[in-house]
Design a protein around this ligand. Structure first.
Ligand code: FES
Ligand code: FES
Length: 162
């Protein structure tokens, strides 16, 4: 692949990508860096399946370019576990079975993790509002809301998101 080398910080590690700085971050993550947990859904900023964190804030990785995240910290679903331990949101989704096909799940978890990072006690309405842009075709949103509520309890009991 042609293009000058760009150094990104992804999941706490410096990673070099060589494609155009104008291409979507989503493609660099999946195709160059092999981080396939971040999903391609609509490619138009409408479904949330491609959500990652950039400097801690949730963004649609199909809507930001590689060049725009140079010098920033990118966190994907693969970067949420620490020392081999899933974060409370990941564990709550697994425990609650809050997925069916799982395609939306990484984006849901990343966005819910961002919410809990900024609000340790979100109400159900606040959780629903935060996840509004993340679409699920399968399992129904009630189970997802319950999983995030469970994640809030876990994070509180454990003193944080780790
Ligand atoms: S693939 Fe990015 S919002 Fe749908
Ligand atoms: S679990 Fe299939 S799209 Fe959400």
């Amino acid at each position: 692949m042609s293009g000058s080398a760009l150094l990104l910080t992804v999941n706490g590690t410096g990673r070099t990508v060589r494609g155009s700085p104008d291409r979507p971050l989503l493609f660099a993550l999946r195709e160059e860096l092999g981080l396939r947990g971040t999903k391609y859904g609509c490619g138009e900023g409408q479904c949330g399946s491609c959500t990652v964190l950039v400097d801690g804030a949730p963004v649609h990785s199909c809507q930001v370019t590689v060049g725009e995240v140079v010098g920033k910290k990118v966190t994907t679903i693969e970067g949420l576990a620490k020392d081999g331990k899933l974060n409370p949101v990941q564990r709550a989704f697994a425990d609650a079975g809050a997925f069916q096909c799982g395609y939306c799940t990484p984006g849901m978890i990343v966005r819910a993790t961002a919410l809990l990072g900024s609000n340790g006690s979100p109400t159900r309405d606040e959780i629903a509002a935060a996840l509004e842009g993340n679409l699920c075709r399968c399992c129904g949103y009630l189970r997802i809301l319950r999983a995030v509520e469970r994640a809030v309890e876990l994070a509180r009991a454990e003193g944080g998101l780790r």
